[in-house]
Design a protein around this ligand. Structure first.
Ligand code: GLA
Length: 387
């Protein structure tokens, strides 16, 4: 009896210990995912500003994101890319260069707007632009970024390329970020090498680049998006394939081409990281970036990455199933003239009559039997929702 009581007492304590320790693990796990249950949305400095970057420019982007409605549309991260770094001091602590006199102050400013701030580093000794990387200082830098109040780290392979175990290098920083204790989106950038989609989540990443650098060119952007076909099984809430930042608004793409680029990223459940100058953009660019019906497709809570369902020459149809049972479908025309494109409902697992809504014109187009046909201008897109 005594022995039984004692052992049941021990069991009870063991149970308490297990519950307590499981409980204390849960928030860490939960936090990791909380940062990106849907694909991260924000802005990054690289595509437009390159190394011509400063504290004032970053503040202006945050101001613009708030005042122009992008924040309300879901954009939240203001990400500083390469070229912010200064030197390490005698203790090895990394400091920003004189274009960023007060990183903590900058983070406070961005946070005061209800936005989040991101930073950039490399697992190698040098970044791609030749600035100080985090090699050998991973924990120290993770602590610095956390102390500054960073919410996002883009970690770019650069000088580590060809220099050993990438997975181990990315895990080192993943572990360091977890240890530093501040939830951050951990964004891997090694251009889709070594099947990163298979191990990105394992090293603590939230998203991983699957391609080389995007260019301000319609065909390159679309090719990069189309190359994602087949990677859909690796994406989902908290872990996203990243075909790189947006070029919408960067002049290389026409309005129709920008709509195509944006539609493809939404169908792919790709992170929507604007790469233009938010403080100086046209109304047309802003309305493309903030189309609420497109953003709802990208941010759909089921988190399914869409895939190609049909292709013929320069015409492609892609489909993304949504949480409410409807399907988002993008019909692309990469040809040089207007072309009719037909979606056969059987190709998206439907038969009979279905209603179709145009997510660019925000109009219900009516009910269609067996198929939906639309004429698409050159380099254009039709983005629809089939109910
Ligand atoms: C690499 C990355 C880009 C950008 C630059 C900065 O090319 O892929 O996105 O971060 O480095 O140097």
């Amino acid at each position: 009896m005594r022995a039984n009581k004692a052992s049941s007492g021990i069991k009870m304590w063991l149970a308490v210990i297990v519950v307590v320790s499981v409980g204390s693990c849960l928030p860490v796990k939960a936090q990791q995912n909380v940062v990106a249950q849907t694909p991260p949305m924000g802005w990054n400095s690289w595509n437009f500003f390159g190394c011509h970057l400063s504290d004032a420019i970053v503040r202006a982007q945050a101001d613009a994101m708030l005042s122009n409605g992008m924040k309300a549309a879901g954009y939240i991260y203001i990400n500083i890319d390469d070229c912010w770094q200064g030197k390490r001091d005698e203790r090895g602590v990394l400091h920003a260069n004189d274009k960023f006199p007060d990183m903590k102050g900058l983070a406070d400013y961005v946070h005061s707007k209800g936005l989040k701030l991101g930073i950039y580093s490399s697992p190698g000794p040098k970044t791609c632009a030749g600035y100080e990387g985090s090699f050998g200082h991973e924990e120290q830098d993770a602590k610095t970024f956390a102390a500054w109040g960073m919410d996002f780290l883009k970690y770019d392979l650069c000088s580590l390329e060809g220099e050993g175990d990438q997975k181990a290098a990315y895990k080192k920083m993943g572990d360091a970020l977890r240890k530093a204790g501040r939830p951050m989106v951990y964004s891997l950038c090694q251009y889709g090498m070594e099947g990163v989609w298979e191990w990105g989540a394992e090293v603590g990443a939230t998203m991983w680049r699957t391609t080389d650098d995007i260019r301000n060119n319609f065909y390159i952007a679309m090719f990069m998006g189309f190359s994602q076909n087949g990677l859909e099984k690796f994406a989902g809430p908290g872990k996203w394939n990243d075909p790189d930042m947006l070029e919408v608004g960067n002049k290389g793409l026409s309005e129709n081409e920008s709509k195509g680029h944006m539609s493809l990223w939404a169908i792919l459940a790709a992170p929507l990281i604007a790469g233009n100058d938010l403080a100086h953009m046209s109304k047309a660019t802003l309305s493309i970036l903030t189309n609420p019906e497109l953003i709802a497709v990208d941010q759909d809570k089921a988190g399914v990455q869409g895939r190609r369902i049909w292709q013929q020459g320069p015409l492609e149809i892609w489909m993304k199933p949504l949480a409410d049972g409807t399907k988002a479908v993008a019909l692309f025309n990469l040809d040089w003239g207007e072309m009719p494109v037909s979606l056969q409902f059987s190709d998206i697992g439907l038969s009979g009559k279905h209603s179709v809504r145009d997510l660019w014109s925000h109009k219900d187009l009516g009910t269609f039997d067996q198929k939906f046909t639309v004429r698409i201008p050159k380099h254009g897109v039709a983005l629809v929702r089939v109910k």
